[in-house]
Design a protein. Sequence first.
Lengths: 79, 305
Amino acid sequence: MSTTVTIEGPDGRPLDHRGSRRLSTAEQWTWTLLAAVTYTVLSIWHKWLLNWIVGPVWLVGWVVIGPFVADQIVRRFRR
Amino acid sequence: MSWAAHQFEIYAVQAHLPKKMRGRVSFFGIFFGDFTPDFLAKFWVYGITINGTHYGASVPHKWHRGFPGMGFTHTLFFGFVCAALIWLWKRNRAFTVGYLLGFAAHALTDVNDSVGTMLLFPVTWLSWSVETWAYAATIDGGKYLDAASYYSSLGLVMDLFWLVVVLCSWRVLTREYWRTNVVPADARAWAWLGRWIPERGLVALYQATFFYGVCRLVSWTTWAHVVAEPVIDGVKRRGYPFDLSWTGPWWLEARTLPHVNPWIVLPVTLVLLAFVYWLAIRWWERMGAIEESTRVRRRSRTGTD
């Protein structure tokens, strides 16, 4: 069994070891699904995208950058 | 050859580890073990074309699975040799056992196409094949015809079977599972990656092979049956025809190599799979003791705690 120390940000949301926001399970799957749909649709016509490098980078990129960009947009609108 | 099945089976191996190995076998080991055979052999199967000149294997299926050729990379013997070298180099039980199980999964899954693998190499160079679907890598057709053939035959069913196996063990894909079972077995590697990537990215990296498998399964199947316009027997069609009969599809000549009777292949494959797991279980404690004594020796040599 592992124990997880949860750190909270100023807005009360959980942060990870690097201070990045931890995603809820639903959020993680939503970003994964968005990555999957975009990757699959594009790769039907652009087969060079289907490889071991682009596939993982595509997913990690969406899951890491997507929430960051979304948070920035939400913050700007709140101001 | 198998396509997305190889991406799904690593999660199946991870989810169905023997009880005493759970949370202690390296996922990276399973991944690299499963990745090694095609990493070494497949590039030259399709080859590359530069300025109209094709560079690659003259007989792709023989190069991929036969001997002489790179067929030895798809044998359990080679898997054991690689695992032994890794063990002698690193004395890392988690990675070595993971590597062996991943490698075995790849070599044993590939008995399903019409070329099969040399299961008992180097004792015999004969191929072991169940001939479930046609092996279709050719110089002219390349990757596209290979994919079209695979996703029109029982190969598609094979991919879906492995997908269902993983989905039945869906917890293996969750963040909680990654945190409690995957990270502890590879703590140093994940900690190193965690210096640059946030946790959500690390979880995504763990799920990436499954993601890639699902996407290529859907993408190639859609391309083969909706987008492609092949000419078969002089008739232009919209999409390649499905053929879920044994050794299908009918519209392509299945490649073969000298092989044993297909009826004995499945039982022997299952026996070999059981043998690999039996060995891993049997060696588990002993390897742990050796790993620990090596660690103590290294600590005393470097003077660290």
